[in-house]
Design a protein around this ligand. Structure first.
Ligand code: BJW
Ligand code: ZN
Length: 296
């Protein structure tokens, strides 16, 4: 039975303090305060692009040049234009600090084990927000970040499956072609290739000449880390749902899963989102403001 979610900060803090297994589920709204566009809101990516054309294997097979240009633009936005973690990323990162854990979430089962962060984002900003922590704290926290929809920082060979961490040096003819927004088609042979300019593997793998693709999860593909996510959700007694429209599965089902097992759900979103009427707590507004306020 659903009741109106509470926006009582003291009640939320008390619930957080008694939680033993906290999980954060993040969506595009987490990075909105860093200037990265969301998908479905006003000004979102899909207003300029047909979702199936750029985020499905069928779309990639039909229009590899368009898809590559789309992801090159996304990569520029996240990396080359130097988007920086915002206050929401930092507020979540602070939950990796043993001193903060002891204050706001003292019941976490292993105090040295920060909450799990399941992110649908591919921008690595949550990892970058850990940059100022001591090495061992940062490493432990990084291991607790699961990028379920992949990463914009890597590419994957469609033939040998090698994952490449490099990219073309900028400026280069390929980088210039990928950066074009004029709808011109890059011939298939000139698209990023395994072992080609900027994408040479470090060993005998990763040099097969196959077509590379962005190493992200498209519609119809199985998200990463699903086994670990399912196991951790079983034990979760507090799920923070941050900046996601909750329209895309399987992430859209995580809150109901936690509720079904008796856990609590707190939603942080700019506006009302799907299923939030079933949450225990709801904090409306930009999460770069609400998260630092509410987490204290
Ligand atoms: C703020 C804010 C601020 C703004 N502060 N908030 C029918 C029923 C059920 C499922 C299906 C179905 N038909 C098809 C499916 C499956 C399909 C699906 O869900 N389709 C739906 C559209 C119906 N799902 C899949 O195919 C997935 N795979 C799958 O299900 O495999 C089967 C399987 C699963 C598990 C185990 C075994 C088998 C794969 C989905 C892949 C999604 N890929 C994308 C692209 C990734 C690469 C890239 O980034 O380009 O992932 S699509 C896109 O949507 C991206 C996002 O991660 C994802 C979610 O979007 P998100 O993050 O919620 O963004 P928005 O824009 O939608 O919302 C932003 C929110 O932020 C809004 O609410 C704003 O209000 C808020 N906001 N500013 C706080 N400052
Ligand atoms: Zn290859």
């Amino acid at each position: 039975m659903s009741s109106t979610p509470s926006s009582d900060v003291a009640a939320f803090r008390a619930a957080l303090a008694s939680s033993k297994n906290i999980i954060v589920l993040a969506g595009a709204g987490l990075s909105a305060g860093s200037g990265i566009k969301t998908f479905r809101g006003a000004g979102g990516f899909w207003h300029q692009h047909d979702i199936q054309a750029v985020a499905s294997t069928e779309g990639f097979n039909e229009h590899p040049s368009l898809v590559w240009q789309f992801y090159y633009e996304r990569r520029e936005e996240c990396v080359l234009l130097e988007a920086k973690p915002n206050r929401a990323h930092h507020a979540l990162a602070s939950l990796s600090d043993p001193l903060v854990i002891a204050r706001v979430a003292p019941s976490l089962e292993a105090v040295n084990s920060p909450p799990l962060l399941i992110t649908q984002n591919i921008d690595s900003l949550s990892q970058r927000a850990l940059g100022d922590f001591p090495e061992e704290v940062r490493k432990a926290a990084e291991e607790r970040i699961l990028e379920m929809h992949g990463s914009i920082l890597t590419t994957r060979c469609t033939s040998c499956q090698h994952i490449h961490r490099s990219s073309p040096s900028n400026p280069s003819p390929l980088a210039a072609a990928l950066a074009k927004r004029d709808g011109s088609d890059i011939p298939l042979a000139e698209l990023p290739r395994c072992g080609g300019d900027g994408w040479a593997g470090s060993n005998r793998y990763g040099r097969c000449g196959g077509l590379l693709r962005p190493n992200v999860i498209w519609f119809g593909e199985v998200p990463e880390h699903m086994g670990e996510i399912a196991r951790k959700l079983n034990w979760c007694d507090m799920l923070l749902v941050v900046g996601t429209s909750s329209l895309v599965h399987p992430a859209a089902g995580f809150a109901a899963n936690v509720k079904k097992r008796g856990g609590k759900v707190a939603v942080f979103n700019l506006e009302r989102s799907r299923g939030d009427e079933d949450a225990d707590f709801l904090f409306l507004g930009p999460c770069e403001e609400t998260l630092p306020q509410v987490l204290g």
